[in-house]
Design a protein around this ligand. Sequence first.
Ligand code: CO
Length: 136
Amino acid sequence: MLDRIDHVGVAVSDLDAGIALYEGSFGMPLAHRETVEAQGVEAALLDVGEGHVELLQPLGPETVVGKFIERRGEGLHHVAYAVDDIDATLGRLKDAGVELIDEEARVGIQGSRVAFIHPKATGSVLTEIVEPGHDG
Ligand code: CO
């Protein structure tokens, strides 16, 4: 039900510097840039093969990603797996007793729907499932 890796999320304190690295030095095309108020971030998606790198700059120190950087510094934040039907996947995970941060999907970048699984349930790997948007 988790079909493929959709993206890895990387917390950065300077989005432009992050884009300069991944686009400028690594040659990954910048596909999308968006402020996602619901997640407290300005985010950039860069293409790598079928997947993406998602750079996340917090909108403020009290946001989830802001607190992450405060506590642990910049770096790898989460891994996201693509699913066809996020509601069905969440139902199956709940039935399997997997602890979720988001019982219901919420709005993600680029019209996607996303939900996070609790790191307690995943050996401390913050794990996101994403039903990609159909607008790009
Ligand atoms: Co993500």
